[in-house]
Ligand binder design. Structure first.
Ligand code: NI
Length: 156
């Protein structure tokens, strides 16, 4: 399993909802978390390892969250911040996103979870959900915005 990098067309394909959670889904989430940690990331979507299922892992430093079929059900405010991405190495882009969100998902036991998030967690979840739709930070570039080169920006 390896991280796909832009411009790999696999990153542009939309992911699909997980219908049932079995051993292979749980194994995938564990493997995704391992790859995320190995690469110093704070989030990873399954599509980034070439698997088109709606699954993401997030750890902003307060513990690993495994989210299956995540959906944002509420948004509030707007805030811009620079983001890096494990699939777009050594680049970062200033991205405007919702400040606060509510995200609904299934955990790996199939339980429905609802989390209110703000700050970095809200940003990472929105970034990873973008991946599920085939969207990358580069899509937020406008002619007036520059790609920043950064090794210190968090990788999502
Ligand atoms: Ni990313």
């Amino acid at each position: 399993m390896e991280i796909k990098h832009f411009p790999d067309p696999l990153l542009r394909k939309k992911s699909e909802d997980v219908k049932s959670i079995g051993r292979s889904e749980k194994k995938l989430l564990t493997d995704m978390a391992e790859i995320m940690y190995l690469n110093g990331g704070v989030g990873l979507a399954a599509v980034q390892v070439g698997i088109h299922k709606n699954m993401i892992v997030v750890d902003i430093g307060d513990g690993l969250k495994k989210m299956i079929n995540p959906v944002i059900s509420k948004r509030e405010g707007r805030v811009a911040q620079e983001e890096g991405c494990l699939s777009v190495p050594e680049k970062c882009v200033n991205v405007k996103r919702s400040k606060k969100i509510v995200v609904d998902y299934l955990n790996e036991d199939g339980q429905a979870i609802r989390v209110s998030a703000e700050g970095l967690l809200a940003r990472v979840v929105q970034h990873e959900i973008d991946h599920l739709f085939g969207k990358l930070i580069l899509d937020y570039l406008s002619p007036l915005k520059k790609i920043c080169n950064s090794l210190t920006t968090r990788k999502l």
